[in-house]
Design a binder for this molecule. Sequence first.
Ligand SMILES: O=C1O[C@H](COP(=O)(O)O)[C@@H](O)[C@H](O)[C@H]1O
Length: 229
Amino acid sequence: MADSRIAFRLYESAEQVAADTAWRVLAAARQSIAARGRFQLVLAGGCTPQAAYTVLADQVADWDRWHIFFGDERCLASDDPERNSLAAARILLDQGPIPAANWHPILAEQGAELAATRYEAMIRPRLPFDLVLLGMGEDGHTASLFPGHAIAPGALVIPVQQAPKPPPERVSLTPSALVSSRAILILVTGVGKREALADWRRGADLPVARVASAGLRVEVLVDREAAGE
Ligand SMILES: O=C1O[C@H](COP(=O)(O)O)[C@@H](O)[C@H](O)[C@H]1O
């Protein structure tokens, strides 16, 4: 792993990763709002980022200027607790600070094909994002980009079928969309991620590695359990 645009940062605990993520997101928001009047943030799904969202929700920020997008969504009913946007909404929208009009979920309950087409049409004129948050799965997937899955050239958002992690049907931003961002933060915590992280750092061709190596400014926040140190 010799890509100088990717900075790996080590933290003692997942709590520290969450706190520093929140701090970095707030700093990016301030800069973006000062420069362009708005902050376009892509949220990661899964469990890892939820602690950071909880820290964020308690902070003071210019929330009306934040616009929230999603890196991927699972094709489940809109009220299914496994939906990525629902988990984030419970923290940042329902009782939190972000106005509903600025919340841009992927409507995956419409089916992967239609939801992907509609989300692509919505994000295309809004690119670039200011900050993309990503996680990493135990197999090195990021968003819903899984190892061995082909990506249609030129697409920004794709339907995903037969994902190895349930549910099998999903919608994902592609590497092209994810790297159309001023910065990317990848959160990697827990012992379950240790092997994939080590593979990535040894140069394995994983989806997370492909996205990270194409990004402009990429920071990977890793806790000691994932790092194995
Ligand atoms: O299924 C998914 O998995 C990854 C990793 O999730 P985590 O629970 O291990 O943090 C996540 O980044 C992705 O958005 C999600 O859909």
